[in-house]
Design a protein around this ligand. Structure first.
Ligand SMILES: Cc1cc2nc3c(=O)[nH]c(=O)nc-3n(C[C@H](O)[C@H](O)[C@H](O)COP(=O)(O)OP(=O)(O)OC[C@H]3O[C@@H](n4cnc5c(N)ncnc54)[C@H](O)[C@@H]3O)c2cc1C
Length: 410
């Protein structure tokens, strides 16, 4: 959470805590509808990994049909929102740590903290954050819904003050692998962000393949340490790994860009995507998929030994990341609006990479959209060479003019 320095803020936080006392009915829940429900089991995680383990158990076949609830500050009144009769309640309130950043501009807050935890801690530094006006309200629930604070007219919804969620940990772990000067050549990894417009929901997943029969290799330890809903690691064959079911026919859109490894850029790209796509929900819905994959310089070093290629990439360029930007949607009447949205969003994230100084010229042809120029991205001498080859073997340009599909040289 971003912070503000203000003596008034401190006073207001204190006032909130005092008036909040009247809401404390010696029950963790604000309403009787919630506190009278009796779960069969209460889980009190002490770390994000505990949460991940609990959710994994609850969502796998080990407990078929078992329903669960998540409790933050317990201040939503409706029965069954943060408690459950006969199911499992995950009580997040032990995850209430608050840690101020070194530069004192932001604070890391546990997902189960209540605003009193945050305000009490920050008061010692004469700082405050935009959060609940009542200190007993939970950070988790308030931020998930938006959050109206005393500071909101000055700084917006409380959720606008969130700098990042632990998604940043995945980008750090991915970049740790992709940026390594000793990139492990057995690694094939992809980190993907998926956004479903109808549900307004993001999900994040990584496909981490090691091309040696080693389960949980050290190189993936950073990625595996990030709490996840499931981890399906196993030793298998290429044939069974590649045997994916075909997707049903849908409309698709592809585009790509390449940037120098930078976890900060990935996070900025995510924030830009979220801002750009959040309110866009065309008829029939659209799913956006953003896949980041390393382009390590060790991969580029093989070309020299096999006669080279025309892609215009050199190992000296260093490690990069290729982003495959894609969208899939069922309803063809939404094509135009999705193309427009896709183009605006793509332009915005390209600008992020440019601003960060990490944008590379390479556009991977097999991920490029029709408006892109992957062949030109190979550089003038490669393009010139390709044109000479084309003129030599196709002097009248059959494949340049009579075959309109694909990217053209002339
Ligand atoms: C007395 C009172 C004062 C209030 N003051 C304000 C105010 O000043 N400003 C304002 O905007 N709103 C205010 N509210 C509304 C409040 O923001 C919402 O009720 C909010 O949902 C409460 O969050 P919680 O974590 O305390 O509640 P909970 O009941 O624990 O959670 C609310 C919902 O969020 C989910 N949830 C909570 N934490 C997590 C988590 N870590 N991960 C996943 N899901 C989670 C729960 O499952 C539940 O569905 C107030 C409500 C009350 C009763």
């Amino acid at each position: 959470m971003r912070l503000a320095e203000s003596s008034t803020a401190t006073a207001l936080a204190a006032a909130a805590a005092v008036s909040a006392a009247s809401y404390d009915t010696c029950s963790d829940y604000f309403s009787l509808q919630e506190s009278t429900l009796v779960p069969a089991c209460i889980v009190r995680p002490r770390s994000a990994q505990d949460v991940s383990k609990a959710v994994t158990i609850l969502t796998t076949s080990r407990l078929p049909g078992c329903q669960f609830a998540v409790k933050g500050g317990g201040h939503t009144p409706a029965g069954g929102f943060a408690n459950i009769q006969g199911g499992v309640t995950i009580d997040m309130t032990s995850l209430n740590a608050t840690v101020l950043s070194e530069d004192k501009t932001s604070v890391a807050v546990g997902a189960g903290a209540v605003w009193n935890d945050v305000y009490g801690y920050l008061d010692g530094f004469h700082l405050a954050a935009a959060g609940g006006r009542n200190g007993l309200v939970g950070v988790g629930g308030l931020l998930l819904g938006g959050g109206i604070s005393h500071f909101s007219p000055r700084v917006g919804w409380a959720c606008d003050g969130v700098v990042e969620y632990e998604a940043g940990a995945v980008f750090d772990a991915f970049t740790g692998i992709a940026a390594s000067p000793n990139f492990d050549p057995y690694v094939s990894v992809q980190t993907g962000l998926l956004y479903a417009s109808a549900a307004k929901a993001w999900s994040l997943s990584s496909s981490a393949v090691y091309t040696k029969p080693v389960l949980h290799p050290e190189v993936f330890s950073g990625l595996e340490a990030v709490p996840s809903i499931s981890n399906t690691s196993e030793i298998t064959t290429v044939a069974s790994l590649a045997a994916e079911n075909p997707t049903p026919p849908l409309n698709w859109l592809f585009a790509t860009l390449t940037f120098g490894t930078s976890s900060e850029t990935m996070l900025d790209i995510f924030n830009t995507l979220n801002g750009s796509l959040y309110n866009f929900n065309p008829a029939g819905g659209v799913t956006w998929n953003f896949a980041f994959e390393p382009l390590p310089s060790v991969m580029l070093s093989h070309a020299a030994a096999t006669g080279g290629n025309v892609l215009g990439l050199e190992p000296e360029d260093g490690n990069s990341v290729i982003l495959l930007f894609s969208a899939l949607w069922p309803n063809s009447s939404s094509n135009d609006s999705i193309y427009r949205q896709g183009r605006d969003t793509f332009t915005a994230i390209k600008a992020v990479a440019e601003r960060k100084g990490v944008l590379r010229k390479f556009e991977y042809l097999n991920y490029a959209g029709p408006h892109q120029s992957p062949l030109a991205s190979y550089g003038a001498s490669s393009l010139d060479f390709l044109r000479q080859v084309s003129k030599k073997y196709d002097p009248i340009g059959v494949f340049q003019s009579k075959v309109p599909g694909g990217f053209k040289l002339w």
